[in-house]
Design a protein around this ligand. Structure first.
Ligand code: NDP
Length: 449
Protein backbone atom coordinates (compact mmCIF):
# COMPACT_ATOMS: atom_id res chain seq x y z
CA UNK A 1 0.00 0.00 0.00
CA UNK A 2 2.87 2.36 0.75
CA UNK A 3 4.27 1.57 -2.67
CA UNK A 4 0.95 2.33 -4.31
CA UNK A 5 0.66 5.61 -2.41
CA UNK A 6 4.17 6.62 -3.52
CA UNK A 7 3.32 5.72 -7.09
CA UNK A 8 0.15 7.80 -7.03
CA UNK A 9 2.03 10.78 -5.58
CA UNK A 10 4.85 10.35 -8.05
CA UNK A 11 2.52 10.19 -11.01
CA UNK A 12 0.48 13.28 -10.11
CA UNK A 13 2.52 15.17 -7.51
CA UNK A 14 0.33 18.29 -7.44
CA UNK A 15 -2.93 16.54 -6.58
CA UNK A 16 -2.68 16.78 -2.79
CA UNK A 17 -6.42 16.62 -2.03
CA UNK A 18 -6.65 13.45 -4.14
CA UNK A 19 -3.70 11.93 -2.23
CA UNK A 20 -5.41 12.79 1.06
CA UNK A 21 -8.69 11.14 0.04
CA UNK A 22 -6.96 8.01 -1.29
CA UNK A 23 -4.74 7.68 1.77
CA UNK A 24 -7.73 7.87 4.12
CA UNK A 25 -9.48 5.05 2.26
CA UNK A 26 -6.38 2.85 1.85
CA UNK A 27 -5.57 3.10 5.54
CA UNK A 28 -9.00 1.90 6.61
CA UNK A 29 -9.52 -0.91 4.05
CA UNK A 30 -6.26 -2.69 4.85
CA UNK A 31 -8.00 -5.32 7.07
CA UNK A 32 -10.33 -6.15 4.17
CA UNK A 33 -7.38 -6.88 1.87
CA UNK A 34 -5.75 -8.97 4.59
CA UNK A 35 -8.93 -11.03 4.93
CA UNK A 36 -9.59 -11.39 1.18
CA UNK A 37 -6.29 -11.88 -0.70
CA UNK A 38 -8.12 -12.10 -4.06
CA UNK A 39 -8.61 -8.34 -3.91
CA UNK A 40 -4.85 -7.83 -3.87
CA UNK A 41 -4.30 -10.39 -6.63
CA UNK A 42 -6.81 -8.55 -8.83
CA UNK A 43 -5.06 -5.22 -8.18
CA UNK A 44 -8.34 -3.61 -7.12
CA UNK A 45 -6.55 -0.77 -5.34
CA UNK A 46 -4.57 0.17 -8.42
CA UNK A 47 -7.74 0.03 -10.50
CA UNK A 48 -10.02 1.90 -8.13
CA UNK A 49 -7.56 4.80 -7.71
CA UNK A 50 -7.23 5.40 -11.46
CA UNK A 51 -10.17 7.21 -13.12
CA UNK A 52 -11.86 5.34 -15.95
CA UNK A 53 -11.78 8.57 -17.96
CA UNK A 54 -10.64 12.18 -17.46
CA UNK A 55 -12.05 14.89 -19.69
CA UNK A 56 -10.50 18.40 -19.71
CA UNK A 57 -11.60 21.15 -22.04
CA UNK A 58 -11.43 24.84 -22.89
CA UNK A 59 -14.45 26.96 -21.97
CA UNK A 60 -14.38 30.31 -23.83
CA UNK A 61 -17.11 32.85 -23.01
CA UNK A 62 -17.80 36.54 -23.32
CA UNK A 63 -18.65 38.90 -20.43
CA UNK A 64 -21.13 41.79 -20.51
CA UNK A 65 -18.38 44.17 -21.70
CA UNK A 66 -17.61 41.90 -24.70
CA UNK A 67 -14.36 40.80 -23.08
CA UNK A 68 -13.41 37.17 -23.88
CA UNK A 69 -12.46 34.85 -20.99
CA UNK A 70 -11.13 31.30 -21.08
CA UNK A 71 -11.75 28.86 -18.24
CA UNK A 72 -10.93 25.20 -17.88
CA UNK A 73 -13.64 22.53 -17.69
CA UNK A 74 -13.32 19.08 -16.11
CA UNK A 75 -15.27 15.85 -15.86
CA UNK A 76 -13.67 12.91 -14.08
CA UNK A 77 -15.54 9.65 -14.75
CA UNK A 78 -14.08 7.67 -11.90
CA UNK A 79 -15.91 4.37 -11.65
CA UNK A 80 -18.97 2.85 -13.34
CA UNK A 81 -18.99 -0.59 -11.71
CA UNK A 82 -22.28 0.06 -9.88
CA UNK A 83 -24.07 2.26 -12.41
CA UNK A 84 -23.66 5.33 -14.62
CA UNK A 85 -21.23 7.98 -13.41
CA UNK A 86 -22.98 10.32 -10.97
CA UNK A 87 -21.70 13.36 -9.11
CA UNK A 88 -21.91 17.13 -9.08
CA UNK A 89 -20.29 20.02 -10.91
CA UNK A 90 -18.33 22.66 -8.94
CA UNK A 91 -17.74 26.19 -10.24
CA UNK A 92 -15.13 27.84 -8.01
CA UNK A 93 -11.77 29.55 -8.73
CA UNK A 94 -9.95 26.93 -6.61
CA UNK A 95 -11.05 24.06 -8.90
CA UNK A 96 -8.25 22.02 -10.47
CA UNK A 97 -7.84 18.42 -11.56
CA UNK A 98 -6.68 17.23 -8.10
CA UNK A 99 -9.79 18.63 -6.41
CA UNK A 100 -12.14 17.11 -8.98
CA UNK A 101 -10.35 13.74 -8.70
CA UNK A 102 -10.64 13.75 -4.90
CA UNK A 103 -14.34 14.56 -5.12
CA UNK A 104 -14.92 11.89 -7.80
CA UNK A 105 -13.06 9.29 -5.74
CA UNK A 106 -15.12 10.05 -2.63
CA UNK A 107 -18.28 10.00 -4.71
CA UNK A 108 -17.71 6.37 -5.76
CA UNK A 109 -17.90 5.13 -2.15
CA UNK A 110 -20.66 7.52 -1.16
CA UNK A 111 -22.88 6.44 -4.04
CA UNK A 112 -22.23 2.81 -3.21
CA UNK A 113 -23.37 3.42 0.39
CA UNK A 114 -26.74 4.77 -0.80
CA UNK A 115 -27.52 1.28 -2.23
CA UNK A 116 -28.79 2.96 -5.41
CA UNK A 117 -27.26 1.91 -8.75
CA UNK A 118 -24.84 4.76 -9.32
CA UNK A 119 -21.17 4.90 -10.23
CA UNK A 120 -19.05 7.91 -9.30
CA UNK A 121 -17.85 11.03 -11.09
CA UNK A 122 -17.37 14.74 -10.55
CA UNK A 123 -16.73 17.80 -12.68
CA UNK A 124 -16.56 21.54 -12.74
CA UNK A 125 -14.56 24.56 -13.70
CA UNK A 126 -12.32 27.26 -12.23
CA UNK A 127 -14.98 29.77 -13.32
CA UNK A 128 -16.10 32.09 -10.49
CA UNK A 129 -19.83 32.85 -10.70
CA UNK A 130 -19.57 35.34 -7.81
CA UNK A 131 -20.25 38.88 -9.00
CA UNK A 132 -21.24 37.75 -12.52
CA UNK A 133 -24.57 38.74 -14.06
CA UNK A 134 -27.20 36.10 -14.88
CA UNK A 135 -26.40 36.58 -18.57
CA UNK A 136 -22.69 35.99 -18.01
CA UNK A 137 -23.43 32.85 -16.00
CA UNK A 138 -25.76 31.67 -18.79
CA UNK A 139 -23.14 32.20 -21.49
CA UNK A 140 -20.54 30.37 -19.42
CA UNK A 141 -22.89 27.43 -18.76
CA UNK A 142 -23.78 27.20 -22.45
CA UNK A 143 -20.13 27.13 -23.48
CA UNK A 144 -19.34 24.54 -20.79
CA UNK A 145 -22.19 22.30 -21.98
CA UNK A 146 -21.20 22.78 -25.66
CA UNK A 147 -18.33 20.40 -24.89
CA UNK A 148 -19.65 18.35 -21.96
CA UNK A 149 -22.83 17.22 -23.78
CA UNK A 150 -20.95 14.66 -25.90
CA UNK A 151 -19.66 12.84 -22.79
CA UNK A 152 -22.82 12.62 -20.66
CA UNK A 153 -26.30 11.09 -20.94
CA UNK A 154 -29.16 9.78 -18.79
CA UNK A 155 -27.64 6.26 -18.80
CA UNK A 156 -23.96 7.30 -19.07
CA UNK A 157 -23.11 10.17 -16.76
CA UNK A 158 -25.56 12.37 -14.86
CA UNK A 159 -24.05 15.53 -13.32
CA UNK A 160 -25.70 17.63 -10.58
CA UNK A 161 -24.83 20.75 -8.55
CA UNK A 162 -22.11 21.44 -5.99
CA UNK A 163 -20.36 24.62 -4.82
CA UNK A 164 -21.30 27.46 -7.19
CA UNK A 165 -23.76 25.32 -9.15
CA UNK A 166 -27.35 25.68 -7.97
CA UNK A 167 -30.79 25.74 -9.59
CA UNK A 168 -29.88 28.69 -11.88
CA UNK A 169 -26.80 26.98 -13.32
CA UNK A 170 -28.52 23.58 -13.67
CA UNK A 171 -31.28 25.32 -15.66
CA UNK A 172 -28.83 26.93 -18.10
CA UNK A 173 -26.83 23.70 -18.46
CA UNK A 174 -29.96 21.63 -19.07
CA UNK A 175 -31.33 24.10 -21.64
CA UNK A 176 -28.13 23.87 -23.69
CA UNK A 177 -27.98 20.07 -23.44
CA UNK A 178 -31.60 19.82 -24.65
CA UNK A 179 -30.91 22.11 -27.60
CA UNK A 180 -27.79 20.23 -28.69
CA UNK A 181 -29.23 16.72 -28.28
CA UNK A 182 -32.83 17.53 -29.17
CA UNK A 183 -34.04 15.36 -26.30
CA UNK A 184 -35.60 15.96 -22.88
CA UNK A 185 -34.08 13.37 -20.56
CA UNK A 186 -33.01 13.11 -16.93
CA UNK A 187 -29.38 13.96 -17.80
CA UNK A 188 -28.92 16.35 -14.87
CA UNK A 189 -30.35 16.25 -11.36
CA UNK A 190 -31.17 19.19 -9.14
CA UNK A 191 -33.56 20.43 -11.84
CA UNK A 192 -36.33 22.90 -10.96
CA UNK A 193 -39.58 21.36 -9.81
CA UNK A 194 -41.76 22.34 -12.73
CA UNK A 195 -39.54 20.70 -15.36
CA UNK A 196 -38.38 17.39 -13.93
CA UNK A 197 -36.89 18.12 -10.53
CA UNK A 198 -37.68 16.17 -7.39
CA UNK A 199 -39.27 17.51 -4.25
CA UNK A 200 -36.75 17.48 -1.36
CA UNK A 201 -33.70 17.49 -3.67
CA UNK A 202 -32.63 21.01 -2.56
CA UNK A 203 -33.07 20.00 1.08
CA UNK A 204 -31.63 16.48 0.77
CA UNK A 205 -27.95 16.92 1.62
CA UNK A 206 -28.59 19.06 4.69
CA UNK A 207 -31.60 17.07 5.92
CA UNK A 208 -29.73 13.81 5.32
CA UNK A 209 -26.76 15.11 7.29
CA UNK A 210 -28.99 15.79 10.30
CA UNK A 211 -30.86 12.48 9.94
CA UNK A 212 -27.50 10.72 10.07
CA UNK A 213 -26.36 12.77 13.07
CA UNK A 214 -29.65 12.04 14.85
CA UNK A 215 -29.05 8.32 14.33
CA UNK A 216 -25.61 8.70 15.90
CA UNK A 217 -27.08 10.57 18.88
CA UNK A 218 -29.70 7.84 19.29
CA UNK A 219 -26.92 5.29 19.91
CA UNK A 220 -26.22 7.31 23.10
CA UNK A 221 -29.91 7.79 23.89
CA UNK A 222 -29.77 11.46 22.93
CA UNK A 223 -31.61 13.76 20.50
CA UNK A 224 -31.03 17.20 18.97
CA UNK A 225 -33.53 18.78 21.39
CA UNK A 226 -31.71 21.57 23.22
CA UNK A 227 -28.34 20.85 21.57
CA UNK A 228 -26.27 23.85 20.44
CA UNK A 229 -24.70 23.58 16.97
CA UNK A 230 -21.88 25.32 15.13
CA UNK A 231 -22.52 25.27 11.38
CA UNK A 232 -20.12 26.59 8.73
CA UNK A 233 -21.08 27.72 5.24
CA UNK A 234 -24.33 29.45 4.28
CA UNK A 235 -25.04 27.77 0.95
CA UNK A 236 -27.33 24.90 0.07
CA UNK A 237 -26.00 22.32 2.53
CA UNK A 238 -25.60 24.73 5.46
CA UNK A 239 -29.09 26.22 5.02
CA UNK A 240 -30.91 22.89 5.10
CA UNK A 241 -28.71 21.44 7.80
CA UNK A 242 -29.69 24.44 9.93
CA UNK A 243 -33.36 24.07 8.99
CA UNK A 244 -33.51 20.42 10.10
CA UNK A 245 -31.55 21.09 13.33
CA UNK A 246 -34.14 23.77 14.20
CA UNK A 247 -37.00 21.42 13.34
CA UNK A 248 -35.58 18.79 15.72
CA UNK A 249 -35.32 21.31 18.55
CA UNK A 250 -31.62 22.18 18.31
CA UNK A 251 -30.07 25.69 18.41
CA UNK A 252 -27.89 27.03 15.58
CA UNK A 253 -25.24 29.53 16.66
CA UNK A 254 -23.10 30.18 13.58
CA UNK A 255 -23.04 30.40 9.76
CA UNK A 256 -20.23 31.56 7.48
CA UNK A 257 -19.06 32.28 3.96
CA UNK A 258 -15.58 32.58 2.51
CA UNK A 259 -15.23 36.13 3.90
CA UNK A 260 -16.09 35.43 7.56
CA UNK A 261 -18.69 34.12 10.01
CA UNK A 262 -21.51 35.28 12.25
CA UNK A 263 -22.11 34.16 15.84
CA UNK A 264 -25.65 34.65 17.12
CA UNK A 265 -25.75 33.57 20.76
CA UNK A 266 -29.53 34.07 20.81
CA UNK A 267 -29.80 31.43 18.08
CA UNK A 268 -30.51 31.58 14.36
CA UNK A 269 -34.23 30.85 14.36
CA UNK A 270 -36.55 30.08 11.43
CA UNK A 271 -37.18 33.75 10.65
CA UNK A 272 -33.45 34.57 10.66
CA UNK A 273 -32.75 31.53 8.49
CA UNK A 274 -35.34 32.76 5.97
CA UNK A 275 -33.36 36.02 5.86
CA UNK A 276 -30.15 34.05 5.15
CA UNK A 277 -31.84 32.07 2.35
CA UNK A 278 -33.04 35.28 0.70
CA UNK A 279 -29.62 36.92 1.22
CA UNK A 280 -27.68 34.02 -0.29
CA UNK A 281 -30.03 32.53 -2.89
CA UNK A 282 -31.79 35.62 -4.24
CA UNK A 283 -29.75 38.72 -3.40
CA UNK A 284 -26.42 36.82 -3.57
CA UNK A 285 -25.07 38.92 -0.69
CA UNK A 286 -22.46 38.29 2.04
CA UNK A 287 -23.07 36.74 5.49
CA UNK A 288 -21.70 39.97 7.08
CA UNK A 289 -25.10 41.53 6.23
CA UNK A 290 -26.73 39.22 8.81
CA UNK A 291 -25.07 41.22 11.60
CA UNK A 292 -26.35 44.49 10.06
CA UNK A 293 -29.89 43.09 10.12
CA UNK A 294 -29.62 41.37 13.52
CA UNK A 295 -27.32 43.48 15.75
CA UNK A 296 -27.29 40.83 18.49
CA UNK A 297 -25.00 38.80 16.18
CA UNK A 298 -21.24 39.33 15.94
CA UNK A 299 -19.48 39.18 12.57
CA UNK A 300 -15.82 38.16 12.41
CA UNK A 301 -13.91 38.56 9.15
CA UNK A 302 -11.78 35.65 7.97
CA UNK A 303 -8.10 35.93 8.84
CA UNK A 304 -6.12 33.13 7.20
CA UNK A 305 -2.99 34.25 9.10
CA UNK A 306 -4.21 32.89 12.47
CA UNK A 307 -3.86 29.21 11.49
CA UNK A 308 -7.25 28.32 12.95
CA UNK A 309 -10.89 29.16 12.28
CA UNK A 310 -12.50 31.01 15.23
CA UNK A 311 -15.92 29.67 14.19
CA UNK A 312 -14.88 26.35 15.73
CA UNK A 313 -13.82 27.99 18.99
CA UNK A 314 -17.18 28.47 20.73
CA UNK A 315 -18.95 26.36 23.33
CA UNK A 316 -21.40 23.95 21.70
CA UNK A 317 -22.56 20.33 21.62
CA UNK A 318 -22.29 19.64 17.88
CA UNK A 319 -20.27 20.82 14.87
CA UNK A 320 -21.67 20.50 11.36
CA UNK A 321 -19.09 21.73 8.80
CA UNK A 322 -20.95 22.56 5.55
CA UNK A 323 -18.60 24.83 3.57
CA UNK A 324 -15.57 23.19 1.98
CA UNK A 325 -12.65 20.75 2.25
CA UNK A 326 -10.03 20.98 5.04
CA UNK A 327 -11.90 23.68 6.95
CA UNK A 328 -11.19 21.95 10.30
CA UNK A 329 -7.49 21.48 11.08
CA UNK A 330 -5.74 20.01 14.12
CA UNK A 331 -6.05 23.25 16.12
CA UNK A 332 -9.74 23.60 15.23
CA UNK A 333 -10.37 20.00 16.31
CA UNK A 334 -8.64 20.64 19.64
CA UNK A 335 -10.70 23.80 20.11
CA UNK A 336 -13.91 21.90 19.37
CA UNK A 337 -13.12 19.21 21.92
CA UNK A 338 -12.14 21.79 24.56
CA UNK A 339 -15.41 23.63 23.97
CA UNK A 340 -17.46 20.53 24.72
CA UNK A 341 -18.37 19.39 21.19
CA UNK A 342 -19.19 15.65 21.21
CA UNK A 343 -20.55 15.20 17.68
CA UNK A 344 -19.12 16.16 14.28
CA UNK A 345 -21.17 15.40 11.19
CA UNK A 346 -19.71 16.43 7.83
CA UNK A 347 -22.10 18.11 5.39
CA UNK A 348 -19.19 19.36 3.24
CA UNK A 349 -16.86 16.95 1.43
CA UNK A 350 -13.68 16.11 3.43
CA UNK A 351 -13.91 19.20 5.69
CA UNK A 352 -11.63 17.69 8.37
CA UNK A 353 -7.91 17.16 7.87
CA UNK A 354 -6.50 13.71 8.78
CA UNK A 355 -5.00 15.17 12.00
CA UNK A 356 -8.38 16.58 13.01
CA UNK A 357 -10.06 13.21 12.38
CA UNK A 358 -7.47 11.47 14.57
CA UNK A 359 -8.39 13.81 17.43
CA UNK A 360 -12.13 13.14 17.01
CA UNK A 361 -11.56 9.39 17.01
CA UNK A 362 -9.07 9.45 19.93
CA UNK A 363 -11.48 11.52 22.02
CA UNK A 364 -14.40 9.20 21.31
CA UNK A 365 -16.58 11.80 19.55
CA UNK A 366 -19.47 10.71 17.39
CA UNK A 367 -17.76 11.46 14.08
CA UNK A 368 -19.57 11.03 10.72
CA UNK A 369 -17.35 11.23 7.63
CA UNK A 370 -18.76 13.12 4.67
CA UNK A 371 -19.17 10.11 2.39
CA UNK A 372 -21.76 8.78 4.84
CA UNK A 373 -23.23 11.96 6.35
CA UNK A 374 -23.77 13.93 3.15
CA UNK A 375 -24.89 11.03 0.94
CA UNK A 376 -28.51 12.20 1.18
CA UNK A 377 -28.00 14.66 -1.69
CA UNK A 378 -26.91 12.11 -4.22
CA UNK A 379 -29.45 9.62 -2.85
CA UNK A 380 -32.31 11.96 -3.70
CA UNK A 381 -30.60 12.67 -7.04
CA UNK A 382 -30.93 8.92 -7.60
CA UNK A 383 -34.62 9.18 -6.68
CA UNK A 384 -34.95 12.11 -9.14
CA UNK A 385 -33.52 9.85 -11.87
CA UNK A 386 -35.99 7.12 -10.95
CA UNK A 387 -38.93 9.57 -11.13
CA UNK A 388 -37.69 10.93 -14.49
CA UNK A 389 -37.47 7.41 -15.93
CA UNK A 390 -40.99 6.63 -14.79
CA UNK A 391 -42.19 10.11 -15.81
CA UNK A 392 -43.92 10.65 -12.47
CA UNK A 393 -43.38 12.86 -9.42
CA UNK A 394 -43.54 11.54 -5.90
CA UNK A 395 -45.01 13.74 -3.17
CA UNK A 396 -42.75 15.42 -0.64
CA UNK A 397 -43.53 12.94 2.15
CA UNK A 398 -42.65 9.99 -0.07
CA UNK A 399 -39.21 11.39 -1.03
CA UNK A 400 -38.45 12.55 2.50
CA UNK A 401 -39.51 9.16 3.85
CA UNK A 402 -37.21 7.38 1.40
CA UNK A 403 -34.36 9.76 2.30
CA UNK A 404 -34.82 8.96 6.01
CA UNK A 405 -34.79 5.22 5.30
CA UNK A 406 -31.62 5.55 3.19
CA UNK A 407 -29.77 7.58 5.85
CA UNK A 408 -30.82 5.13 8.55
CA UNK A 409 -29.59 2.25 6.42
CA UNK A 410 -26.24 3.96 5.69
CA UNK A 411 -25.82 4.51 9.43
CA UNK A 412 -26.46 0.84 10.15
CA UNK A 413 -24.22 -0.30 7.28
CA UNK A 414 -21.33 1.79 8.67
CA UNK A 415 -21.78 0.49 12.21
CA UNK A 416 -22.07 -3.14 11.05
CA UNK A 417 -18.96 -2.96 8.85
CA UNK A 418 -16.99 -1.24 11.63
CA UNK A 419 -18.00 -3.92 14.13
CA UNK A 420 -17.18 -6.72 11.68
CA UNK A 421 -13.61 -5.39 11.35
CA UNK A 422 -13.09 -4.78 15.10
CA UNK A 423 -13.54 -1.03 14.97
CA UNK A 424 -16.84 -0.66 16.87
CA UNK A 425 -18.33 2.83 16.59
CA UNK A 426 -15.77 3.98 14.02
CA UNK A 427 -17.98 5.41 11.27
CA UNK A 428 -14.96 6.34 9.15
CA UNK A 429 -13.70 2.77 8.94
CA UNK A 430 -17.26 1.49 8.53
CA UNK A 431 -18.13 3.83 5.65
CA UNK A 432 -14.89 3.18 3.78
CA UNK A 433 -15.04 -0.58 4.19
CA UNK A 434 -18.72 -0.99 3.31
CA UNK A 435 -18.47 1.34 0.29
CA UNK A 436 -15.25 -0.26 -0.90
CA UNK A 437 -16.41 -3.88 -0.73
CA UNK A 438 -19.55 -3.24 -2.79
CA UNK A 439 -17.62 -1.44 -5.51
CA UNK A 440 -14.73 -3.89 -5.82
CA UNK A 441 -17.08 -6.89 -5.82
CA UNK A 442 -18.96 -5.31 -8.74
CA UNK A 443 -15.66 -4.63 -10.52
CA UNK A 444 -14.53 -8.22 -10.09
CA UNK A 445 -17.88 -9.55 -11.38
CA UNK A 446 -17.44 -7.48 -14.55
CA UNK A 447 -13.92 -8.66 -15.42
CA UNK A 448 -10.84 -6.69 -16.32
CA UNK A 449 -12.33 -3.67 -18.11
P1 NDP B 1 -22.82 26.41 -2.08
O1 NDP B 1 -22.10 27.00 -3.21
O2 NDP B 1 -24.31 26.47 -2.04
O3 NDP B 1 -22.27 26.99 -0.70
C1 NDP B 1 -20.93 26.87 -0.33
C2 NDP B 1 -20.71 27.64 0.97
O4 NDP B 1 -19.39 27.37 1.43
C3 NDP B 1 -20.80 29.13 0.80
O5 NDP B 1 -21.24 29.69 1.99
C4 NDP B 1 -19.36 29.50 0.48
O6 NDP B 1 -19.04 30.85 0.74
C5 NDP B 1 -18.62 28.58 1.40
N1 NDP B 1 -17.27 28.32 0.85
C6 NDP B 1 -16.98 27.82 -0.38
N2 NDP B 1 -15.66 27.73 -0.55
C7 NDP B 1 -15.11 28.17 0.59
C8 NDP B 1 -13.78 28.32 1.04
N3 NDP B 1 -12.74 27.98 0.26
N4 NDP B 1 -13.58 28.79 2.29
C9 NDP B 1 -14.64 29.15 3.09
N5 NDP B 1 -15.92 29.02 2.72
C10 NDP B 1 -16.15 28.55 1.49
O7 NDP B 1 -22.32 24.88 -2.03
P2 NDP B 1 -22.99 23.63 -1.29
O8 NDP B 1 -23.67 24.06 -0.06
O9 NDP B 1 -23.73 22.86 -2.32
O10 NDP B 1 -21.69 22.77 -0.94
C11 NDP B 1 -21.02 22.88 0.32
C12 NDP B 1 -20.21 21.62 0.56
O11 NDP B 1 -21.09 20.48 0.56
C13 NDP B 1 -19.13 21.29 -0.48
O12 NDP B 1 -18.05 20.64 0.16
C14 NDP B 1 -19.84 20.30 -1.40
O13 NDP B 1 -18.93 19.49 -2.11
C15 NDP B 1 -20.62 19.51 -0.38
N6 NDP B 1 -21.76 18.76 -0.91
C16 NDP B 1 -22.80 19.38 -1.55
C17 NDP B 1 -23.87 18.64 -2.00
C18 NDP B 1 -25.08 19.27 -2.59
O14 NDP B 1 -26.08 18.56 -2.79
N7 NDP B 1 -25.08 20.56 -2.88
C19 NDP B 1 -23.89 17.16 -1.88
C20 NDP B 1 -22.79 16.62 -1.12
C21 NDP B 1 -21.76 17.41 -0.70
P3 NDP B 1 -18.98 31.91 -0.47
O15 NDP B 1 -20.39 32.21 -0.81
O16 NDP B 1 -18.23 33.08 0.08
O17 NDP B 1 -18.24 31.24 -1.59
Amino acid sequence: MNELMLKIKDRDPAEKEFHQAVFEVLETVKPVLDRYPQYRQSAVLERITEPERVIMFRVPWMDDQNQVHVNRGFRVEMNSARGPYKGGLRFHPSVNLGIIKFLAFEQVFKNSLTTLAMGGGKGGSDFNPKGRSDNEVMRFCQSFMAELFRHIGASTDIPAGDIGVGAREIGFLFGMYKKLRNEFTGVLTGKSLNWGGSLIRPEATGYGNVYFAAEMLATRNQTFAGKTCLISGSGNVAQFTAEKVLELGGRVLTLSDSSGYILDEQGIDAEKLAFVKDLKNIRRGRIREYADRYPEAVYTARDPGTGFNPLWNHQADCALPCATENEINRQDAENLVQNGVRLVSEGANMPSTPEAIDIFLDQGLLYAPSKAANAGGVAVSGLEMAQNSMRINWPREEVDGRLKIIMKSIHKTCLDAAAEYNEPGNYLAGANIAGFVKVVDAMLDQGLV
